[in-house]
Write a new protein. Structure first.
Length: 178
C-alpha cells in the first residue's frame, strides 16, 4: 500500500511508516473484533490508513494516546462501514420476526451516553484516554499499555482514577445518588 502513496516530504513518509508499524496490529485487532474475518479486517485497516494518509497533518504526536485513539476510531469506522455494506448484501431479514426495538429506551440510553461523554471531557486527558480505550474500544490493559507506552500497572491506576472521577461527576451532576 505504501508504494502507492505520494508524500509531500520524506518526514511525512517517515511519520506515516512509523504510525503504520506502531499501530497496525492494534488496528487489525479492532477491525477483526468487528468483522470476525481476517481478510476483511486487513481491508478495513488498509482503508483506515488511507484515511490516515489524508489526515496526516492532524497528527501532532505519533506516540500520544490521542493518536492511538484516533487510529482506532478511524479503523473502527472503516470496519463498521464494511460491515454495513456486507449486511446490505445479505438482505435475508425475516419479515415475520417481531421488532423488539424500544424507541424510548434507546433514546434514553443515547441521551445518557451523550451526558457521560460530556462529563468525560472534564476528566484529565491521560485518564480519559485510558478509560475510552478500555470501554469504548474494548482494549485489554496490555493493549492499552502498548498503545500508550506505559506499564500495565499504570493503565490500571489511570483506569481506577478515571472511574472514580467519572463516578464523582455523575453524583455531583445528579445522575446517580450518593
Amino acid at each position: 500500500m505504501l508504494f502507492l502513496l505520494t508524500f509531500s516530504s520524506p518526514q511525512d513518509q517517515d511519520r506515516f511508516e512509523y504510525l503504520y508499524h506502531k499501530y497496525k496490529n492494534l488496528c487489525l485487532k479492532k477491525a477483526y473484533d468487528i468483522l470476525r474475518d481476517y481478510s476483511l479486517a486487513e481491508d478495513a485497516v488498509s482503508e483506515a490508513y488511507l484515511r490516515v494518509y489524508k489526515n496526516l497533518h492532524k497528527i501532532e504526536d505519533p506516540d500520544s494516546g490521542r493518536t492511538a485513539a484516533f487510529l482506532v476510531t478511524i479503523t473502527r469506522n472503516a470496519a463498521l462501514t464494511m460491515l454495513s455494506k456486507e449486511s446490505k448484501n445479505w438482505e435475508e431479514l425475516d419479515e415475520g420476526q417481531e421488532d423488539s426495538f424500544e424507541l424510548e429506551e434507546f433514546t434514553l440510553s443515547q441521551e445518557f451516553a451523550r451526558d457521560v461523554h460530556r462529563l468525560l471531557d472534564r476528566v484529565d486527558e491521560d485518564l480519559r484516554h485510558v478509560f475510552l480505550l478500555q470501554f469504548a474500544y474494548d482494549m485489554s490493559h496490555k493493549e492499552i499499555a502498548q498503545a500508550l507506552n506505559i506499564s500495565e500497572n499504570n493503565v490500571a491506576v489511570r483506569l481506577h482514577r478515571a472511574k472514580k472521577k467519572l463516578a464523582d461527576l455523575l453524583v455531583k451532576e445528579g445522575f446517580v445518588g450518593a
